[in-house]
Design a protein around this ligand. Structure first.
Ligand code: URA
Length: 234
């Protein structure tokens, strides 16, 4: 990972010019009601945050969604899993990872002794479904990431597992490929972060399931305190 300051890294990724600086009047057109009212996402409590996501209009994705998908699980969980964005099923049901990829995620959780809702929280980078499940656009990430950042601040998990390239790159503000990001421990705002393959990718690439399991075992060792340091390899 590059050692550039965060602003510079975001600028390189094309995120900084549309980034909404905390405490500043919003300068870009994609402004939601919560900003018009002067409410700062970074200071919201859990319920205010949930309501803001459900009512969010910060990017055009709200026009095509059925509902915002906030996240699911224990808000005091020690484990946080972060995916990319809701798909069709998630958009319909209002919960992350409830489709085919979600069933694999549940199996992945079970493989390391975890279960959805039991000391586990699951969220996405984007809270609204991109049409046709296309990749999130930089301006959508810039609009939505403050929600996830606040969720992480409030949950204070002991380990963050980024599911797939998009989640890993957004949280680590890097454009490094997932193959270089997985298999070691990163630091996200003082929390250990392990990146692994997205379950939807694993549905198509069964051979990488073993690597994903190694990543989860690494995260479990981090949780157990036997592999505490950022930068460690599996
Ligand atoms: N893929 C994701 O990244 N998140 C979901 O919630 C569902 C599928």
């Amino acid at each position: 990972m590059t050692s550039l300051p965060r602003e510079e890294r975001l600028r390189e990724l094309g995120l900084w010019p549309v980034w909404v600086r905390r405490g500043r009047p919003a300068a870009q057109p994609a402004v939601g009601a919560e900003q018009a009212a002067g409410t700062d996402i970074a200071s919201m409590d859990w319920e205010a945050l949930r309501q803001a996501v459900l009512a969010c209009t910060r990017c055009p994705l709200h026009e095509g969604r059925t509902q915002g998908v906030f996240g699911v699980g224990d808000p005091q969980a020690e484990w946080l899993f972060v995916g990319e964005a809701p798909g069709a099923e998630e958009d319909r049901l209002g919960e992350p990872f409830v489709g085919q990829a979600g069933r694999l995620l549940d199996a992945m959780l079970a493989s390391v002794g975890l279960a959805r809702g039991e000391n586990v929280y699951i969220a996405n980078v984007l809270k609204s479904r991109p049409p046709g499940n296309r990749d999130p656009r930089p301006e959508e990430v810039a609009a939505c990431l403050p929600y996830l950042e606040r969720q992480i601040e409030l949950i204070r998990p002991k380990v963050v597992v980024a599911l797939g390239r998009i989640a890993a790159q957004c949280l680590l503000a890097t454009d490094a490929p997932l193959g270089r990001l997985r298999g070691r421990v990163h630091e996200y705002r003082g929390l250990p972060l392990v990146a692994t393959y997205h379950p939807a990718y694993l549905l198509r690439n069964l051979a990488d399931k073993a690597r994903a399991w190694e990543d989860l075992l690494l995260a479990r060792r981090v949780m157990a305190g036997t592999r505490p340091g950022a930068g460690e390899q599996s």
